[in-house]
Design a binder for this molecule. Structure first.
Ligand SMILES: Cc1cc2nc3c(=O)[nH]c(=O)nc-3n(C[C@H](O)[C@H](O)[C@H](O)COP(=O)(O)OP(=O)(O)OC[C@H]3O[C@@H](n4cnc5c(N)ncnc54)[C@H](O)[C@@H]3O)c2cc1C
Length: 474
């Protein structure tokens, strides 16, 4: 310890205040453990401040404007205009309410909040640097630590986020002006969600993607629906092209792309949004001091109790590996806290739902038909198109389908792939079915409210049993 240090002790030190860290801290405190949460930037982490919540706020506002402006068939005519600065203010209010709530909840549960950057000194000591506060360092001694330091956007060579016209997703979600033309590099979920939003707000959007399709990793029957809708919105896709460089001034730039064969193309834009993926943050932690090394992908490897190779150090959320999703981070945070508290907790989720909030939404959970076959089931599959669902037609949003996958003699529900309206909500029913070991018969015989989109889940289960009423059983 150096002169001027303040030394404190805690049972559990949680590093990082995102959905992994703050949830872990609250659960640890609920178990009467003395808990300290250190955050170097903003409570709520990427999710609440720069990710899930601001993006969904923008998506909701631009959907509203787009739907209102395209409802002539329903007898509604309107020409909505988006005031981007006002939209950004509203989004900031939503974020502030949620992040303020996190701080209040932490305090109300007795979590000690410390602003600063934590780095390990040894397996039971961390030093906290209070950025720019002039208050010196703080040393915290701990029994257990839970690392929840999250991830950051990957940079593409030649596209530095520090340069004004180059946006990360965080910059894009902080804007209060709409660029008229934008080039989006990457057609993964963040690139596709933001492209859809900017297109609905009225921008000219060009998506440059090195691969030959959108949303790699998802079945093309799902992504084709999203791609077709994106093209209707005017999004211009350039597949097989990688971003090579840019030149010009902020507001007037030219982005150059290159194919594998070296053919170049150029696109004019005001901004270029780079959305090629995220990488775990471990370089803030001085892991050498505790002899912990990230794996070849940069993640901290953990067991099913979220424990790293160092006995008393746990890792949760994005820093602990794929899928990099907020609900997976929170679940791991709860498990880590309970293990520290001596509870017999372990990660035993049968299924982690994944959602892309495009128009329409894609949601998947559990196994695909191919996964189920590979796992030794003789899978049965049922599908219900939204165009045969009454509620879907009354919303003017009837593209897509629900597919349910089941297996085993009893017809256990194993997975679902959904593309269509409110897929993000509908997937919850299938996730619960998987966790409960429910069968197709359980889902099909459950009375679903009429007229609702959830009837499509019930009817997909009926279809898998050859008993669909509102679609043909073939
Ligand atoms: C644009 C966008 C949209 C997204 N949309 C969704 C979505 O719809 N649904 C979904 O499930 N997920 C979504 N995600 C992903 C989601 O945000 C992450 O999976 C989630 O935030 C991970 O939580 P975490 O707690 O692991 O890390 P984070 O939320 O990244 O939090 C980590 C925290 O640790 C802090 N930190 C780092 N190092 C230190 C240190 N040494 N000391 C102190 N503090 C430190 C950071 O400041 C940060 O606040 C989105 C992400 C982005 C970028």
């Amino acid at each position: 310890m150096v002169m001027g240090d303040i030394a404190t002790g805690t049972d559990v030190l949680v590093v990082g205040g995102g959905p992994g860290g703050y949830v872990a801290a609250i659960r640890a405190a609920q178990h009467d453990l003395d808990t300290t949460l250190v955050e170097r930037d903003a409570y709520g982490g990427t999710c609440l401040n720069y990710g899930c919540i601001p993006s969904k706020a923008f998506i909701t506002a631009t959907d509203l404007a787009h739907d209102a402006g395209n409802a002539e068939a329903m007898g509604v005519s309107a020409n909505p205009e988006i005031d981007v600065a006002a939209m950004a203010d509203w989004k900031d209010d939503v974020v502030d309410q949620l992040t303020g709530g996190v701080e209040k909840l932490c305090k109300a549960n007795g979590v000690n909040l410390v602003d600063g950057t934590a780095a390990f000194e040894d397996e039971h000591t961390a030093r906290i640097a209070h950025d720019g506060s002039g208050q010196g360092m703080e040393t915290i001694e701990f029994e257990h630590a839970i690392v929840a330091t999250g991830s950051r956007p990957i940079e593409v060579p030649g596209f530095e986020y520090a340069d004004d016209p180059v946006w990360s997703s965080r910059d894009a979600l902080a804007t209060d002006e709409l660029p008229e033309e934008i080039v989006v590099v990457g057609a993964g979920y963040i690139g596709m969600e933001l492209s859809t939003t900017f297109a609905k707000a009225g921008a000219d959007v060009t998506v440059v993607e090195m691969l030959d399709d959108v949303l790699p990793g998802y079945d093309s029957r799902l992504t084709d629906v999203v791609k077709a809708r994106a093209k209707d919105l005017g999004i211009d896709f350039q597949f097989g092209e990688g971003a090579a460089g840019w030149e010009g001034e902020d507001g007037d730039i030219t982005v150059t792309t290159e194919t594998e064969d070296g053919a170049e193309s150029t696109y004019d834009a005001e901004k270029v949004l780079v959305a090629v993926g995220r990488e775990p943050v471990t370089d803030t932690l001085e892991l050498d001091a505790i002899g912990l090394e990230p794996d070849e992908n940069g993640f901290l490897a953990t067991d099913d109790q979220a424990r790293t190779a160092v006995e008393n150090i746990f890792a949760v959320g994005d820093v602990a590996g794929e899928p990099m999703l907020a609900h997976k981070a929170s679940k791991e945070g709860i498990v880590a806290a309970e293990v520290v508290a001596g509870e017999p907790a372990a990660l035993d989720s049968q299924a982690v739902p994944k959602v892309v909030f495009t128009d329409p939404e894609i949601a998947t959970v559990g196994m695909t038909e191919a996964d189920a076959a590979e796992a030794g089931f003789d899978p049965v599959v049922g599908e219900m198109p939204f165009r045969a669902n009454g509620r879907s037609l009354t919303t003017g949003n009837d593209d897509g389908f629900v597919r349910i996958v089941a297996g085993g003699d009893a017809g256990f529900v194993l997975g679902a792939q959904i593309v269509g309206p409110e897929a993000s909500e509908l997937v919850a029913e299938v996730t619960l079915a998987i966790e409960m070991g429910a069968t197709l018969a359980d889902v099909a015989s459950t009375i679903h409210t009429h007229p609702t989109l959830s009837e499509a889940v019930m009817e997909a289960a009926e279809h898998a049993q050859g008993q669909a009423i509102h679609t043909l059983n073939r």
